[in-house]
Write a protein that binds this ligand. Structure first.
Ligand SMILES: C[S@@+](CC[C@H](N)C(=O)[O-])C[C@H]1O[C@@H](n2cnc3c(N)ncnc32)[C@H](O)[C@@H]1O
Length: 261
């Protein structure tokens, strides 16, 4: 009987400890949310997520939403805060005839005046659907002025895996940029998860764009490994005789290309 009672009280003690731990971690989470100055609900803003503030900061630094920016692709659209920022900034600049296409592997609710396609950017079929969207009725293919990518894989918590997943998504965004971004004008914003393969990505971006800016926005949590690469003014790679396989070559190939730019 005594043994049953003591094992029962052990169970009760363990339960209490579990609830205490649970409420401690919940408290920690709530503290983080409440003390976050970029929590959009706290700021009474209308954005669908706090991600909006990162893009606002990037735009402040790089002026990506200018008056000649009309065709925009938002990769990793859901829940849609970056598209909200794009609409707001373009309307403020007086751009009325913009076309914004959001792409996400997950289901999402489109934003007013914008379009959305559910698709995986790692699949060729999604690239084809994006091109189709910007093809006019007379068959003329319109080029894109700006690609913004906030895509990220589901974090495993293992930084290196997450980095490799992010690199794959960045490469897919760069392939889209290679095919669809306007020469001598087009810009690309890309979320990058910091890690070992970043050097390759940086060289590719330096080849593809006249200018590369790396930004860690204040609104991005300091403990997070994310940062943003902004490529400004896409070079005319066709004129420079640089093909896609060259761009995805190894370190030595990339350095040789950079030397002759
Ligand atoms: C950080 S969230 C984007 C937040 C968004 N920028 C906003 O402002 O609301 C990252 C998104 O990338 C999407 N994503 C991840 N892998 C993808 C893929 N292969 N193709 C398309 N979207 C992808 C996820 O579904 C997720 O919605």
């Amino acid at each position: 009987m005594d043994r049953i009672l003591s094992s029962k009280s052990n169970v009760v003690r363990a339960r209490l400890q579990f609830h205490r731990q649970k409420s401690n971690s919940l408290k920690k989470h709530l503290n983080k949310v409440h003390s976050d100055p970029f929590n959009s609900k706290k700021r009474g803003e209308f954005y669908r997520s706090r991600a909006a503030f990162k893009l606002l900061e990037i735009n402040q630094r790089c002026r990506i939403f200018h008056k000649n920016c009309k065709n925009v692709v938002d990769l990793g659209f859901a829940p849609g805060a970056w598209t909200q920022v794009a609409v707001q900034c373009l309307e403020e600049r007086g751009v009325g005839d913009y076309r914004i296409l959001g792409i996400d592997i997950n289901e999402a609710i489109p934003y007013r005046g914008c379009s959305y396609i559910r698709g995986d950017l790692l699949k060729k079929e999604t690239h084809e659907r994006i091109k189709e969207f910007f093809r006019k009725d007379n068959g003329v293919q319109e080029q894109v002025d700006l690609i913004i990518s906030d895509m990220m894989v589901n974090c495993t918590g293992h930084d290196h895996y997450d980095h490799l997943g992010s690199m794959e998504l960045c490469n897919a965004a760069m392939i889209l940029a290679f095919d669809s971004l306007k020469n001598n004008k087009g810009n690309l914003v890309m979320k990058v998860w910091h890690g070992a393969e970043e050097k390759l990505l940086e060289l590719r971006m330096r080849i593809m764009f006249e200018k590369l800016v790396r930004i860690k926005p204040e609104s991005s949590r300091s403990q997070s490994s994310e940062l943003f690469y902004v490529g400004l003014k896409k070079r005319n790679l066709h004129e420079l005789d640089i093909k896609l396989p060259d761009l995805f070559g190894g370190l030595q190939t990339l350095e040789t290309i950079i030397d002759r730019l």
